[in-house]
Write a protein that binds this ligand. Structure first.
Ligand code: ASP
Length: 333
């Protein structure tokens, strides 16, 4: 995550209420606000929330898609497509950092709260928009998840065009890792996910997420993102949640499902995110700071929430005409 956070440096101060100009995000400006000032009551629907500052352009695309008559699922898909196609985002889609063999393997999932449908792909190679392939799995097969070469064959047969996903920059990063770091731990965190959740005017809920996973991972490693209930979950009666961070620490607890269930029991989205992190920390007998788990959530009324253990974690929110960058609740103990 540090890679992208650095690249997408905010050009102005991050004091609450400041209007900040964003470099390289494909959007004009956003208001930096305290979580508390926007999370205590529902925002005006439609509302989109996404992980990381690069999620802002994605949320804006989602909002535009709805305005132009697209469905909520279109909004989620096209928003995430924007991030997948941005080669500067080194943790999603084109330009995503590769696995230990130098191959970009992508994970993604999508969910429709209207009919509780889901689709996902894991370890997909050679296709820039795994979220679109995941949607196709959901809509045109009787399955939920396809993996590896067979997911790629499905994408090809469905008319998606294959392409090289490794950019020169990502290849150089891999070469550097291979010559300096192979066999040692990776010094800095080099992974992120776009998780994007939306609630439309009528209170319908959908969500998706897409990632290249942990940089230089073992070939075939699958993280939380394509696992329904781990990296993302939607329940049309309640709301949705999504995750970014070390997938292994999320998927052992079905983190996103847990958050949605906490919301069902009456917690606010932020309380639910905090409780999930505490639950993981307790289970792992670790302090939150050691976990690298970060969550966003929204309920069907349009109330948003977020909490994380990584200092750099930010999330993006777009409600009607307002674009917001939010520092989530940090869970430190
Ligand atoms: N959760 C992703 C994974 O483990 C990576 C991230 O979001 O930072 O694949």
């Amino acid at each position: 995550m540090i890679g992208n956070s650095r690249r997408y440096a905010l050009k102005a101060s991050l004091s609450a209420g400041a209007i900040v100009l964003l470099d390289g995000l494909g959007c004009q400006s956003a208001e930096e606000v305290d979580l508390a000032s926007v999370a205590s009551s529902p925002l005006s629907r439609p509302v989109f929330i996404a992980t990381w500052p690069f999620g802002l352009a994605a949320c804006e695309k989602s909002q535009r898609t709805l305005t132009q008559g697209g469905s909520l699922l279109d909004a989620v898909e096209y928003g995430i497509n924007l991030t997948e196609l941005d080669p500067k985002v080194s943790s999603v889609g084109v330009g995503g950092l590769p696995n230990a063999d130098g191959v970009v393997q992508l994970d993604a999932s999508i969910m429709d709260g209207q009919r509780q449908r889901a689709g996902s792909v894991a370890a997909l190679e050679g296709f820039a928009n795994p979220i679109s392939v995941a949607r196709r799995v959901m809509e045109s097969t009787r399955h939920v998840m396809l993996v590896g070469q067979d997911a790629a064959a499905f994408a090809q047969a469905s008319g998606f065009e294959s392409q090289e996903l490794l950019t020169e920059e990502s290849r150089q990063a891999w070469e550097k890792w291979r010559s300096n770091q192979a066999g040692k731990s990776i010094g800095e965190k080099t992974h992120d996910t776009i998780a994007l959740l939306g609630v439309n005017r009528d209170g319908q809920v959908a969500g998706g997420c897409s990632t290249s996973g942990l940089a230089f991972k073992l070939p075939g490693r699958v993280g939380d993102s394509p696992l329904i209930g781990s990296g993302m979950y939607v329940d049309g009666e309640v709301g949705a949640a999504g995750a970014t961070g070390v997938g292994e620490n999320v998927l052992r607890y079905c983190g996103s499902f847990l958050i949605v269930e906490y919301m069902r029991q009456g917690m606010s989205p932020t309380e639910a995110c905090i409780s999930a992190i505490r639950r993981i920390a307790t289970g792992d007998r670790k302090s939150p700071a050691e976990l690298s788990v970060n969550f966003i959530a929204i309920n069907k009324r349009g109330q948003i929430g977020a909490a994380g253990t990584d200092r750099e974690f930010r999330c993006a929110v777009v409600e009607q005409q307002r674009s917001l960058l939010i520092t989530p609740h940090m869970v430190t103990s």
